[in-house]
Design a protein around this ligand. Structure first.
Ligand code: C5P
Length: 413
C-alpha cells in the first residue's frame, strides 16, 4: 500500500525574488506535512521578500543561499543537494531565473543546482503580465519545456501591482499536486491507461427532475487520484462535481447511456477499467418535454414507466469476447466492478463477478453508516475471478483504492 507519493521524497525548494515568495512558506509547510524532506535554497533577491528563518522554522533544516558557504566537513552544497534530490521545485520562479535556466547560467547556488541535478524540475513562474508575455520569456519557457521542465502556471488573476492578468503564481496546493504528478512518472502504474467511472447516473424525468442514487463519486475519485499518483494515465468518467486531480482527464456525463457511450469510446485503448459508478438500472421510458404538473385531484396517483438502461460492464464483456474471437489484442486487459448491496452481499457480488465476466469485484455493504455512499471510509470484500476472497477492514477510500490498484498490478503482470 502506498502513502502520499511526497512522503520520504527529498525536495529542493528554490525560492527566487518575487512577491509571491510569501506563498512559498505555505508550499514549504505543505511539503513537510506530506512527509517530504525539504531543503530550501534562496536567491539573494528572495531574501528581500521573506527571511531564511521562516523556512528554517518550517523545515528544521539549514537554509542554503550562498554557494561559498560550506561548513567544515560538508560537501559542496550544489553537488550534495543536487545528487540527493528527487525533485527541484522553483516557486516562485522569476523571469530572471527562468532566463538563466534557459541559457544554462549558473551564477548562484539555485541555478547551479538546477544545472547539476539529475532530478526533474518543476517551475511556478510569477511575474507581471507584460514580462510573462514578452517573447524572451515565452521562448525561454518553450526551451525549458522542451528540456522536460514541468510548468505550473502562471495563473490569471490579480497581480501585486493591482493589475489583473496572467502572471500570478499558482496556489501552493496546485504546485503540490503538480509535484505529485511529476514524481508519479516513476510510479508502478507508469504507462498504464486506466479508466475509472464515478458517481451515480442521473436519469431525466422532465426538465427539472431526475432519478438518481446516493453515490457521491468519492470512491471513484479516490481511485483516480491514487492511480494518477502511481503514474497511470487516468480517464475519469463521472457524474460527480468533485475536484479533479491535476493530470486526470475528465469526461463529464449524466445518464447511464452517456456513461456507456463514453466508456465504450475510451475502453478500446484502456489497460484497466474500474466501474465504481453507481449506474441506474432503469430510466424513465420517455422524457417529458415540459415539467410534469401535479394532478388537480391529489387522490390520483402518479406513475412513471421505466425501461432498462444498458449494462455497461455486460457491453464491455461482449466487446472483449469479440476482440478475442477476432484474434485481436483484448482491451481492457483488466476489468473491475463494484457491488453495492444491502443484503446477501457476497452471493450477489459473486453472481455479478461471473455474469459480467470481471477479473475482480469490490463488494460493499451500503447499509453500514461508516462505509459506502458519501463517507470517506469504506469496508469492502474483494472477490477474484479465481475464487480468492479478501475481506478488508474499515479504512479510508484512498486506502481501499491503493489495495485495488495493488490487485490491478498483480492482474496486469
Ligand atoms: O448489476 P449491478 O448494477 O448491481 O452491478 C454493479 C456493477 O456493474 C458496478 O461496477 C457498476 O458500475 C456496473 N454497472 C454497469 N452498468 C449498469 C449497472 C451497473 O456497468 N447498467
Amino acid at each position: 500500500m502506498m502513502a502520499d507519493i511526497l512522503a520520504h521524497k527529498h525536495i529542493i525548494l528554490g525560492i527566487t525574488g518575487g512577491i509571491a515568495a510569501y506563498k512559498a512558506a505555505t508550499l514549504c509547510s505543505r511539503l513537510v506535512q506530506a512527509g517530504a524532506t525539504v531543503d530550501v535554497v534562496m536567491t539573494e533577491a528572495a531574501q528581500q521578500f521573506i527571511t531564511p528563518l521562516t523556512f528554517q522554522a518550517l523545515t528544521h533544516r539549514r537554509i542554503y543561499h550562498d554557494i561559498f558557504d560550506i561548513p567544515d566537513g560538508e560537501n559542496i552544497p550544489h553537488i550534495s543537494l543536487a545528487d540527493q534530490a528527487d525533485l527541484l521545485i522553483i516557486a516562485p520562479a522569476t523571469t530572471n531565473t527562468l532566463a538563466k535556466l534557459a541559457n544554462g547560467l549558473a551564477d548562484n547556488l539555485l541555478t547551479t543546482i538546477a544545472l547539476a541535478t539529475p532530478a526533474p524540475i518543476l517551475v511556478a513562474p510569477a511575474m507581471e503580465t507584460d514580462m510573462w508575455q514578452h517573447p524572451a520569456t515565452q521562448s525561454n519557457m518553450a526551451k525549458l519545456e522542451q528540456w522536460g521542465v514541468t510548468l505550473a502556471g502562471p495563473a490569471e488573476g490579480r497581480l501585486a501591482s493591482g493589475a489583473v492578468g496572467r502572471g500570478r503564481m499558482v496556489e501552493p496546493e496546485e504546485i503540490l499536486d503538480m509535484a505529485r504528478l511529476r514524481l508519479a512518472q516513476a510510479g508502478d502504474l507508469a504507462g498504464c491507461n486506466l479508466v475509472v467511472t464515478a458517481g451515480g447516473t442521473r436519469e431525466t424525468i422532465d426538465p427539472v427532475r431526475f432519478i438518481s442514487n446516493h453515490s457521491t463519486g468519492k470512491m471513484g475519485y479516490a481511485i483516480a487520484h491514487a492511480a494518477r499518483d502511481r503514474g497511470a494515465k487516468v480517464t475519469l468518467i463521472s457524474t460527480a462535481s468533485l475536484s479533479v486531480p491535476i493530470g486526470v482527464a475528465l469526461i463529464p456525463v449524466d445518464s447511464a447511456q452517456q456513461m456507456r457511450d463514453a466508456v465504450m469510446d475510451v475502453v478500446r485503448l484502456a489497460d484497466v477499467l474500474i466501474m465504481s459508478a453507481a449506474v441506474a438500472d432503469f430510466r424513465p421510458a420517455t422524457v417529458a418535454e415540459q415539467k410534469i404538473k401535479k394532478k388537480a385531484d391529489s387522490s390520483i396517483g402518479m406513475s412513471i414507466d421505466l425501461v432498462r438502461t444498458p449494462d455497461i460492464l455486460a457491453d464491455v464483456a461482449t466487446y472483449k469476447n469479440q476482440m478475442a474471437q477476432n484474434g485481436d489484442v483484448v482491451c481492457p486487459k483488466v476489468t473491475i466492478g463494484f457491488a453495492a448491496e444491502s443484503e446477501n452481499l457476497l452471493t450477489n457480488a459473486e453472481g455479478k463477478l461471473k455474469r459480467k465476466n470481471l477479473d475482480m469485484i469490490a463488494a460493499n455493504n451500503i447499509s453500514a453508516s461508516d462505509a459506502g455512499f458519501g463517507v470517506d471510509t469504506n469496508r469492502v470484500t474483494l472477490l477474484m475471478a479465481d475464487g480468492k476472497k479478501e475481506e478488508l477492514p474499515l479504512m479510508s477510500k484512498r486506502s481501499v483504492a491503493e489495495i485495488i490498484l495493488d490487485k490491478v498490478m498483480g492482474l496486469l503482470h
